[in-house]
Design a protein around this ligand. Sequence first.
Ligand code: NDP
Ligand code: OXD
Length: 318
Amino acid sequence: MKIIVDLKNESAERWLPSLQAALPDHEIVWWDREASNESVLDGADAALVWHPDPALLSGLADAKALFSMGAGVDHIVGQPDLPPDVPIVRFVDPDLTDRMSEWIVLQCLMHLRQQRRYDALQDDQRWRPLRQPIASEIRVGILGLGTLGQDAAQKLRPLGFELAGWSRSAKTIAGIDTYAGDEEQSTFLGVTEILVSLLPFTPETAGFVDRSVIDRLAKCEVLGGPVYINAGRGGTQVESDIVAALEDGRLSGVSLDVFETEPLPASSPLWRISNAIITPHVAAWSSHEAVSKYVARQVGRHERGEPFENVIDLSVGY
Ligand code: NDP
Ligand code: OXD
């Protein structure tokens, strides 16, 4: 196979050696956005992309697959030059899933154990024990019960958190109270004290976490108000509503890895709110070794006549 690689903000020096090592019998070509090199696309069978160059997409109408460097595919879906019949294969791998669950567990514990308040007390050299709830007093509600949402739940459960989850289609998952669709949305929010979002960005989820969602969360007196944690996509939240809720106490804290605009602008009030934990879209990055092995596995499946795994449904956008 001839595989074109176009990864925004990534370097050929970092990626090409691991891709070539995983796919020694295949031609791997780095796409140079600065050069007018459409001829590079002649005979291309597939592409590995992150925020792909539109010029690349328009030349891939006959490709066998578009591999996303990440689990999210909103950087591809909706691109005007997207070839309509080429399967989009997203990155689903324990390496990424474990990284995400580490971040989610860390953030739930940061809020449960009131770490930001202890940080402030330490800055003032003050010794002041706070009332300390235990995990079993808190219900974590997960928006999105896909690969990442379900794994996060499995890793939160042994810590004792009560668990709920909400998805588009109904599910039965041991140890989680599950809710689905618009009809069960308010019930789900009403039992949720720490809201964790692992939703993809789609036309349906755009701007979902807004004032109305925040106001339907359980009051969570033990944490001084509900908490919101998002590592899905920033476009699923309304940041002005989140800031207002932090300022007037309808939210007691947030942990955000993703934002409406990335990098988060210096003018965002979120930078300056003490109980807003900010990370720069690193909750679960895609390791070049893991992605390379994953693409090699998918290429191997295709060559054996087996279907690609984790092909997205373009009609719903994830
Ligand atoms: P999945 O596709 O496996 O899961 C998505 C979940 O969201 C599914 O449960 C789906 O419901 C649910 N969902 C989608 N639309 C709706 C809706 N309108 N209403 C209710 N539920 C909905 O994705 P992953 O778990 O693998 O990844 C989730 C997202 O995490 C990615 O799309 C990406 O944006 C983000 N991500 C962020 C990273 C970071 O570093 N910050 C790293 C990796 C991913 P159903 O099960 O019914 O289909
Ligand atoms: C992803 C991401 O989608 O890192 O994998 O955002």
